[in-house]
Design a protein around this ligand. Structure first.
Ligand SMILES: [Zn+2]
Length: 231
């Protein structure tokens, strides 16, 4: 079963972050710190109490000299899911990889590797969203022209893993795709798998609700990663 990260768990992560903070290099956030910052930003977005941080001229000048993003976001290209907006962040905060259906091909993985290995970012969020058009097309199995066929092939494992499951087939496939992509990144050799093994990189799955604006973070149980128990 997928398990939602509850407020209690977020609290535990915050405590762990506080304890681990002294060991973090200057300027970087630990994965729990980064996750808490994203959750806080999204809460502001949902409550329409946006702070619009890091969007000043001073911030632009500061990050022009170098970037130090605190989170990597792999998400869908959908125009309704812009990470900097839904997490209330600004310049230099998020290293974003966007592709329809939030799948990870070699170039996408290379982008994540760059941020994780070269920039030292400790958190990756694979972010799906409700009623994803790419996933919907994959579930329908329609014949599509051009390179869209490649995208449908990339989403096929998530569709196959959830076929016949109870509930909404698109929502099920969105989740399966998020969990499979997260697992793919964790196991990607040599760079990402090694960083995960050393405890320097954490990959979590998440889902954005188009209607409420809320992002829900999920843990990654092995059974769900195989599409065995998507709700
Ligand atoms: Zn989408």
């Amino acid at each position: 079963m997928t398990r939602r990260i509850t407020a209690g768990l977020v609290g535990a992560l915050l405590l762990a972050a506080a304890l681990a903070h002294a060991a973090e290099p200057k300027g970087t956030l630990s994965a729990p710190d980064a996750l808490a910052k994203l959750a806080k930003g999204n809460a502001a977005f949902v409550a329409t109490t946006l702070k619009h941080p890091d969007q000043t001229e001073a911030r632009r000048t500061k990050v022009a000299a170098g970037q130090n993003p605190f989170a990597i976001i792999l998400c869908c290209s959908d125009s309704r899911v812009p990470p900097e907006v839904i997490f209330d962040q600004g310049l230099g905060d998020l290293f974003v990889v966007r592709v329809a259906g939030n799948v990870a091909d070699d170039l996408g993985i290379a982008s994540v590797e760059y941020a994780a290995e070269h920039l030292g970012t400790h958190l990756v969020v694979v972010l799906g969203h409700s009623r994803c058009g790419a996933v919907t097309a994959a579930v329908k199995g329609d014949a599509l022209p051009g390179h869209l066929l490649n995208l449908m092939e990339a989403l096929e494992p998530a569709v196959a893993a959830t076929k016949g499951h109870a509930g909404d087939p698109v929502a099920n496939a969105v989740w399966s795709n998020v969990l499979q992509t997260a697992a793919q990144l964790r196991e990607s050799k040599p760079i990402l798998a090694e960083l995960v093994e050393k405890g320097k990189l954490t990959v979590v799955g998440a889902n954005y609700d188009l209607d409420t604006g809320a992002v829900e973070f999920y843990e990654q149980p092995a059974a769900a990663a195989e599409g065995a128990a998507i709700q």
